[in-house]
Design a binder for this molecule. Sequence first.
Ligand SMILES: Nc1ncnc2c1ncn2[C@@H]1O[C@H](COP(=O)(O)OP(=O)(O)OP(=O)(O)O)[C@@H](O)[C@H]1O
Ligand SMILES: [Mn+2]
Length: 422
Amino acid sequence: MSLNYAFTFSLFLIILVVLNLYFFYTLNGVNKKPTYFNLPKLRSHPLPDVFTEIFEYLNYLPSKYKSRNNKFNLIRSNLISSFNSSVSKNNVWDITDNWINEASLFPHKDGLPGQIIQALRQGEIALVDNAPKGTQLKLLLLLKDKRKIFFKPKRYNLDDIIHGTIYSGFDRHNSEVFAYYLAMALNFTWVAPAAIRRIHVERDVVPVATPGLKRTMLRNGSSLCIYGKCFYCKSNETVCPDKKGELEGAVILYLDKHFRQYKYPWKRSYNTKVQMEWERNNDFCKKVILTLSTRRLLNLIDVSIFDFLLQNGDRHDYEVYRDKVILLDNGKGLGNPTADELDILAPLYQCCMLSSSTWQYLELLAGGSLTDVIKIMAAFQGETLATEDHYRAVERRLLKVYATVQYCIGKHGSAKVIKLGF
Ligand SMILES: Nc1ncnc2c1ncn2[C@@H]1O[C@H](COP(=O)(O)OP(=O)(O)OP(=O)(O)O)[C@@H](O)[C@H]1O
Ligand SMILES: [Mn+2]
């Protein structure tokens, strides 16, 4: 009996050892995963259910959102004629200065946008200084006619892809300019005109540079480079002129008016380990609604659509002038044409409301009309603002905006989602 017991016990021990060995073997195997076993990189947070639902709507999107709408033709020709002006009238800045209009922050019709762009690109520079506002390197140009302009220098080529978080990298100068045209095409007229401009460092900058700017310039071989003055400015992160001695950048009309700044409720934490409340709580909008007027909230939802199309995930503060949000600081868009970070649309899918005028307008832009008109408007300046991949990405994202609105309508009904009178 005791022999039998000893035998059973040793068998049990052997099985235990074998099991242990097997366990450790499989544990090791996890680390020795063969390289061909290529799992997609996991997101730091699981995909929210709302994304899955929106993708369902995307799969069954009505065909009208994939074809052009003839009603857009008139808007299209008005936009084209607004930008098709090769001459700049002398008084364009007078008109701009005295512009008081409920429909737009700056003149946006009758060829005036084209003339403003010409004046931004060609106006003679009287003074160049650092613009220490904000975290990114930018210059302040003062034109001979006293016009103030922000200059955000080119840091990347159009086909460079920014990896990392949605807010990674330097500002993209082309994103600022693309954003202006995108806003015009969307009829979001509370935006500052922006254009591509090349300035010759030795000829246009040095003779009129302030002493402060000169102190933030470094000679690198035969080039005179600038590192500027800003929160993130470092002397080893200069911008240098190209072979022609020119610096390319975005020139953005400076709004020399008093405006108020607010925190964007859906701002990010800028720390991948810290989640903001809006990222955890899909009912976040119920809280926001208590603090903002419907008009302001609808305005911010428009901004989120604009940001999503551009993939600007860096909206942290927003400026308000005459009670409307100004689309300023759009340089963090167009970083990666394969990315569609849907959470930029959180204001839309968490609040599930949209102004009826925005919705009507968005529906007109379907089927390629949006990027088609942006390309035409930009072509008047002979500038390419983005690669074809980026243009295609904007169209793909527009379908996702339609799907998100359909998701909201499916959940709450059109009457609750589409806000009439706004
Ligand atoms: N066109 C403009 N006219 C007047 N003020 C402007 C204009 N553009 C930006 N500003 C002001 O300057 C501030 C800094 O500009 P901007 O946000 O573009 O720079 P940034 O370096 O990207 O800053 P941040 O890192 O904070 O985003 C803005 O918050 C705004 O108050
Ligand atoms: Mn910024």
